[in-house]
Write a protein that binds this ligand. Sequence first.
Ligand code: 5GP
Ligand code: 5GP
Length: 229
Amino acid sequence: MKMQSNYPFMLIKLLTLHSLLALSAAQDFDFFYLVQQWPGSYCDTKQGCCYPSTGKPASDFGIHGLWPNRNDGSYPSNCDSSNPFDASKISDLTSHMQSEWPTLLCPSNNGLAFWGHEWDKHGTCSESVLNQHDYFATTLSLKNEINLLQALRSAGIQPNGQKYSLSSIKTAIKQASGYTPWVECNNDSSGNSQLYQIYLCVDSSASGFIECPVFPKGSCGSSIEFPSF
Ligand code: 5GP
Ligand code: 5GP
């Protein structure tokens, strides 16, 4: 008799536990930024760069990361220390990663530290949508869908050290891809503002590009350099 009267209580406890677990696994972000860096603008800074051990990367944009973000501009980071980067999970992607996601940080290395940092900081926050292998595979295939350098070249914007208006850069990418990018600048060693990274937005299931719900803060000058690499 006593045991029986405990059942409803136990059931409620179990249901509460279940929904708490479901909540902790639920996604805590609204969209992704796909961030790509121009290698010339990483290398010509005061800090300089080192080519990866596999050699000088192509003169093209490289992936920085796929970053879960919230509509209010905030973002989660380092979400699951129990699921650290494991290179063996992406061994089939290594050669593709080396060409599309090269590291430029010194000292020269094979890229695993950069990829591991991106997984641990950002990837673990979208693990309910993309497991470790798919996080990298999906990022690679998203990059492939929009050729940023070709979009710029088609509008006469070349990595030749000249200055271009920020609006012409955004318009060229919007025209070629259909999506409005965010442009982040940095300074070369002489202090000139230059095109450093390009942000595009991806829906929360990482199935395709969307217009950005919110842009990061900060801005470039109205005219910026596009250095060679
Ligand atoms: P920084 O402060 O140099 O712009 O960014 C440093 C790092 O903070 C980035 O590489 C990235 O990991 C993270 N970060 C900066 N801004 C954003 C943002 O708007 N969204 C997300 N998800 N991460 C960001
Ligand atoms: P985030 O800015 O996303 O937090 O991560 C950038 C981190 O990765 C920094 O600690 C940076 O030193 C390291 N890193 C390694 N390779 C690269 C690279 O090629 N570009 C950038 N921006 N950071 C790199």
